[in-house]
Design a protein around this ligand. Structure first.
Ligand SMILES: [Zn+2]
Length: 460
């Protein structure tokens, strides 16, 4: 049987953009001599297309994907052209070659993908370039992913933070349970820039955030229509922190006796009393019996949750005032942060009771798991971890989104003309418009439940 070659031979490179002229194989390297199969003659200075002439050439060494375990170097003569219109010279553009990086485009793409999985040093060694080159390719690759993974703007926006080296702002879609973005810091300028970048940001009705003033101020400025709600979780965790301060100081003062184990019992006490199993309950009550002040502090921490067990703002505030009045003098100091929070953030804490009861609590397990991965010594930088968390394809939550669009009614003469009918103008008279429902695929962001399951495996 005869094989007929339908396509031009592309040789060992398999790059249709290059004609191979010869090849040399060394121990660890392939060297291929090639010439461009076609070049672009477009003048980058003035846009002239046809009036260009060859004006010398330049030898380039282009790195390609390793082949058969060997480094691949392409020796390429690229013509220099002169534009007869503007008299400027320029290098011809060769298909599939990234002249800036002296690499084939496919190697640049491969390097980009690798730079999310491995450290810059590891990738640099694999590809045979320096770390700075890998970092540049990574930055460009992430920028292209950001365009590719455009997220839907949520109705309920969650603003939280995670401490990875320093505090980083994170944004969630509360209803969709997805992560939308992570910023390198939590400065108000960064937060405002992010909020401003959200398409159709007017559709955000609620913002749930922590008690960090720049979050609130940014939301007030950029999303004036949205109701700001202090996240419930962050309110009750203030009382947890106060209780913890009491626990530590009692433990410290009584290191030799019963207090000895107290210092390490953080996790046990962080649980709600109702969530303790029998053994844990006995342990906790043993300590509480021993230290009456610890018992009072524990009771305060548990009772603060009552503020959230009522129906209205008024009832909630009354519950809070009851709670505040019950703080004994000895505990005034450790519990002061709770008091300050309620006094400074009253309006926004109570907004929780207004209509929808939104909370961002599910991001907390995300926080602890991502922090663990970050600390694990897998060489993650914030940028790399961010890229992997945000732009891994299988983690995307894609949903069909129905949109109502106003379209101009087709009139008789337009139907006959065909081309005229694509106009969609805001402010057209209603009798000229009709509303149609269109369905498109939307991306809500990184699905947090899926991400959490994967963070638990070593595969991340
Ligand atoms: Zn020109």
């Amino acid at each position: 049987m005869l094989f007929r070659l339908e396509h031009r031979m592309t040789g060992i490179l398999n790059l249709p953009g290059l004609n191979e002229l010869g090849m040399k194989e060394l121990d660890a390297e392939y060297h291929v001599k090639a010439e461009p199969a076609a070049i672009s003659r477009l003048c980058p200075h003035c846009g002239e297309l046809h009036r260009v002439q060859k004006h010398g050439s330049r030898s380039m060494f282009i790195r390609d994907l390793p082949t058969h375990g060997k480094t691949m170097m392409i020796h390429l003569d690229v013509p220099r052209l002169i534009c007869l219109a503007c008299r400027k010279t320029f290098m011809a553009v060769v298909a599939e070659v990234d002249a800036d990086h002296s690499m084939t485009e496919r190697l640049v793409r491969w390097t980009g993908r690798q730079s999310i999985e491995y450290t810059y040093a590891e990738v640099a060694k694999q590809v045979g370039v320096d770390e700075k080159t890998v970092r540049n390719i990574f930055d460009a690759y992430v920028a292209s992913l950001e365009k590719q993974f455009q997220r839907e703007t949520p109705i309920w926006l969650g603003v939280d933070e995670i401490k990875l080296g320093r505090f980083r702002a994170i944004f969630t879609n509360i209803h969709g349970r997805t992560l939308i973005d992570m910023l390198p810091d939590r400065y108000s300028t960064s937060i405002e820039r992010f909020m401003n970048s959200l398409p159709n940001k007017e559709q955000i009705t609620h913002v749930a955030c922590d008690m960090w003033r720049p979050y609130r101020q940014a939301a007030q400025r950029v999303l004036p229509q949205a109701k700001i709600v202090v996240d419930k979780f962050h309110v009750v965790s203030k009382a947890n922190a106060s209780f913890d301060a009491v626990r530590r100081s009692i433990g410290k003062a009584d290191q030799k006796k019963q207090g000895a184990g107290l210092k390490k019992a953080h996790k046990l006490f962080a649980k709600r009393a109702a969530d303790l199993d029998d053994e844990q309950y006995l342990t906790v009550s043993g300590w509480l019996n021993c230290f009456p002040l610890l018992a009072t502090a524990y009771d305060l921490k548990e009772r603060l949750y009552k503020v959230y067990e009522v129906e209205t703002k008024e009832e909630a505030w009354a519950e809070y005032l009851n709670w505040e009045a019950s703080i004994p003098d000895e505990l005034a100091k450790p519990f002061r942060p709770v008091k300050t929070a309620f006094r400074n953030w009253k309006e926004w804490i109570l907004n929780y009771f207004d209509d929808v009861r939104i909370t961002n609590a599910f991001t907390e397990s995300f926080n602890s798991k991502v922090r663990r991965v970050y600390r694990d010594g897998r060489g993650y930088t914030f940028e790399r971890l961010r890229a992997k968390v945000l732009f891994t394809d299988r983690l995307q939550k894609r949903v069909p989104i129905q949109e109502k669009v106003k379209v101009k009614k087709k009139r008789f003469e337009e139907i006959s003309m065909g081309r005229m009918t694509y106009f969609m103008m805001p402010g057209m008279l209603d009798d000229e418009c009709e509303v149609k429902t269109k369905t498109r695929q939307g991306n809500l962001g990184t699905d947090l439940p899926t991400l959490l399951a994967i963070l638990d495996t070593d595969g991340f």
